[in-house]
Design a binder for this molecule. Structure first.
Ligand code: PEP
Ligand code: MG
Length: 771
């Protein structure tokens, strides 16, 4: 049998510029491995509009020596000239040539991509001939279907998923790259959304990939019957993880970075047990299917009333669209588990495709709910699942709400394929002492793999031997002993009379207890919003007062700075029902949101004052821009105080009021706040993101997240010059051993940080004082 040969293209057009422009388009999307020859125009140089049989025949004769040839033609007489040219060739040569009925440009591009992927001539022809499918599907006029050979995801397939970050979704260029790297498997690799039953496109079909219409934020999964080769996964990660418009060839490789110190070793597991993993491969239709689903839903809805996430999920369970979808799936003869998963996946995918990133993130709620009900339906007890084993979580991007819900007893560490060091998710893990590594893109990091990691340095050893494991462990013990032997009393003092106070950032009673243990001067930042991440129901005043009191008590003999709820941006509070925004970080955040939701603001203030009864508390206002916001807040505070007094409710008073310095305008016009505030606390996390115009959560912009930037320090110095009240720093910079000396040198005498950062900061300041 003859060796399979590569496929070349011949472009036959009346217009030479048209054919050459089409070839340029192809060259932009393919390597030059596919020969593309132009036989266009009439006249000596092809300068006259028309076609020339001799020119076409000689091009074909040259190409068939080494390749099979697909010919693309533009208008009517181009076909006639090409058929005449074929008549001039031998029968043998003629058998290596296919005339293609596809539209000229789309067909040529699709054929080139298929040829580049190594497909044989008839498959290239087919691919070219269905090149209009994406466009037709999108315009809604297509009668063209794939005629029964549609592929859907089934539970026997392996898959590898990527989050699409490109704002244009899966557009032509990345799709073409997928065809290039994965299309060679000739129909054995597919691409689609996550979920059983998801429609799949063959990775060798550009048009089918585009017809999936995958959008930014959606998960794109690559499916196959066998594990994907490591090189392929890596190549796909490079394509799909790349920011739009970047030259991937020159892109800097990211290295994993440790952002929460600590040692961990264990098996990697996905953050949530996937619906996919739970679903049985075979399931018979069941006439009681609907009743069984309802029973499982009711069982889930009854669990733990009052708990935020679960309460939200109860509301989802009552969604009439969910119920209609389940009935529709059951009517097709599916078993109840499959019907349930298909319905919940459809809603999750709908959420995941929304423009608003906050709503998009809610897709995880649907899937989480899906897994909970599915377990009931299948009779799989929660405690029997691998989720309950201590493990290291592997995530694609840790959301603050997921970080807040992690069980520190069972989560040994977190490995994040993306992530940013000043993200709220990182802050939450730091507060809970869970080692955390970000930007870990090694494709070998997969669920089920054993790793040892050092969350301080970012080092990871995959499948470590006994020696590597022992090395990691001894390093960890050393750090712990350092921290324990400090015996610190909250203030560092030097012989010439200068001093620096170290305060603690907390959001739970456990962290407040840790603050006491490390000898914190006080609570410098109590982030109230962390109590209610992912809560859909308005917390009652009573609930707020109780939870805050629990946090304040371990440090009852010290001052505590309680920050009012800093909702918005990446800390959405569903219960505040903020409008969806194009630019949430610049939107209704912090004090802006509170002043827009006065009823909640009053209950919040009442709860804080009640929780502070007999204690020394201070109020901190987030995201303040102008003095009018402070004035407005003080008026609300006065009303609340009067109400509490007249109702005879015990509460803490007087309560100093301070502002976060995190909006550049506040620092640059700080003199306007002079008589209005009792203290100021600098939020370097937001300040840096706003001064440098770089999203603090965007893993591609981490080099723009350095609080030592001269512009940030200039703003800080302007603030220190303008206000005559205590100024502290409570952003992550205050706990970063590499940054604290700069802050102290700038004049900061009060640093507030997560309790686990005390040891490193004390060492750094001691070293700076005695170099
Ligand atoms: C900050 O912005 O630095 C800060 C302390 O507040 P948060 O990180 O909660 O936005
Ligand atoms: Mg902030």
């Amino acid at each position: 049998m003859a060796e399979p040969r590569g496929v070349a293209l011949l472009l036959v057009s009346h217009s030479r510029p048209l054919a050459e422009a089409t070839r340029s388009l192809i060259w932009q999307m393919t390597t030059d491995a596919v020969p593309v020859v132009v036989a266009a125009g009439a006249g000596d140089e092809g300068e006259i509009l028309g076609t020339d049989t001799t020119r076409i025949a000689s091009a074909l004769q040259g190409l068939v020596v080494t390749h099979d040839v697909v010919v693309l033609m533009d208008l009517g007489s181009a076909l006639l000239s090409t058929e005449m040219a074929l008549g001039l060739l031998s029968n043998d040569d003629g058998r290596r040539i296919r005339l293609c009925s596809a539209p000229f440009v789309e067909g040529a591009v699709a054929a080139a991509l298929a040829a580049q992927a190594g497909t044989q001539i008839d498959a290239v022809l087919r691919e070219a001939e269905s090149a209009l499918r994406g466009k037709q599907d999108q315009l809604g006029g297509s009668e063209l279907t794939s005629g029964g050979d549609e592929q859907h995801a089934d539970p026997d397939m392996m898959r590898q998923c990527y989050r699409l970050h490109d704002p244009m979704g899966l557009h032509l260029r990345p799709a073409a790259e997928i065809v290039r790297v994965a299309g060679g498997a000739d129909g054995k690799v597919w691409v689609g959304r996550a979920g059983v039953g998801a429609a799949l496109a063959s990775a060798n079909s550009l048009s089918a990939l585009l017809a999936l219409e995958l959008r930014q934020g959606e998960e794109l999964c690559v499916y196959s019957r066998q594990s994907l080769a490591a090189e392929l996964t890596q190549a796909l990660a490079a394509i799909l993880g790349s920011p739009p418009g970047e030259d991937r060839g020159e892109q800097e490789a990211t290295l994993p970075r440790g952002v929460v110190p600590g040692f961990a070793c264990g098996v990697l597991a996905l953050a949530q047990q996937d619906l996919w993993d739970l679903l049985p491969a075979q399931e018979a239709a069941d006439e009681h299917g609907l009743a069984r689903i309802h029973a499982a839903m009711e069982a889930v809805a009854e669990v733990a009333p009052g708990h935020g996430i679960l309460a939200a999920q109860r509301a989802l369970l009552e969604d009439p669209r969910l119920l209609a979808l389940i009935e529709r799936e059951l009517a097709t003869g599916q078993g109840p588990a499959h019907a349930w998963v298909a319905a919940i996946e459809a809603l999750a995918r709908e959420m995941a495709s929304l423009q608003n990133p906050v709503l998009r993130a809610r897709a995880a709620d649907w899937r989480d709910l899906g897994a909970r009900v599915l377990r009931r339906l299948l009779g799989v007890e929660e405690h029997n699942t691998t989720l309950q084993e201590p493990r290291i979580l592997l995530v694609d991007e840790l959301l603050p709400s997921v970080a807040a819900a992690l069980d520190a007893e069972r989560v040994l560490g977190v490995v994040d394929r993306h992530g940013a060091q000043n993200s709220h998710a990182a802050i939450l893990l730091r507060a809970r002492g869970i080692p955390y590594i970000i930007q870990a893109t090694d494709p070998a990091l997969q669920a089920g793999v054993f790793v040892a990691l050092d969350g301080g340095s970012g080092e990871m050893v995959i499948s470590p031997d006994a020696q590597a494991l022992a090395q990691f462990q001894s390093r960890y013990r050393q750090v712990r002993e350092d921290a324990v032997t400090l015996g610190f009393t909250g203030k560092m003092e030097w012989s010439e009379g200068s001093s620096v106070e170290l305060w603690a950032n907390v959001a739970s009673a456990a962290e407040a207890a840790a603050a006491r243990k490390v000898g914190a001067f006080g609570i410098g930042l109590l982030r109230t919003e962390f109590l209610y991440l992912d809560q859909w129901q308005l917390p009652s005043e009573e609930d707020q007062a109780q939870r805050l009191r629990e946090i304040l008590l371990p440090m009852a003999d010290r001052t505590a700075v309680v920050r009012l709820l800093d909702a918005g941006a990446d800390k959405p509070m569903a219960f505040l029902v903020l409008p969806s925004e194009e630019n949430p970080a610049l939107g209704l955040r912090g004090i802006r949101a509170l002043l827009a939701r006065k009823e909640f603001l009053h209950s919040h203030l009442r709860a804080i004052l009640r929780a502070g009864e007999g204690l020394s508390i201070q109020l901190l206002l987030p995201m303040v821009t102008n003095p009018e916001e402070v004035q407005a807040l003080r008026q609300h505070l006065a009303v609340v105080r009067t109400e509490l007094l007249s109702a005879g409710v015990a509460h803490g008073w007087p309560v100093p009021v301070g502002v976060m310095a995190e909006v550049p305008a506040m620092l640059l016009a700080a003199e306007n706040f002079r008589s209005l505030v009792d203290f100021v606390s600098v939020g370097t996390n937001d300040l840096t993101q706003y001064v440098l115009a770089a999203d603090r959560g965007d893993d591609r912009l981490q080099s723009l997240g350095d609080a030592r930037h001269p512009a940030v320090l200039t703003a800080l110095r302007a603030l220190l010059r303008a206000v005559d009240r205590p100024v502290s720093v409570c952003g992550e910079a205050a706990g970063d051993p590499l940054l604290v000396s700069t802050l102290v040198a700038a004049g900061i005498r009060r640093l507030s940080m997560s309790p686990d950062r005390f040891a490193g900061v004390i060492h750094a300041l001691q070293r700076a004082a005695n170099p």
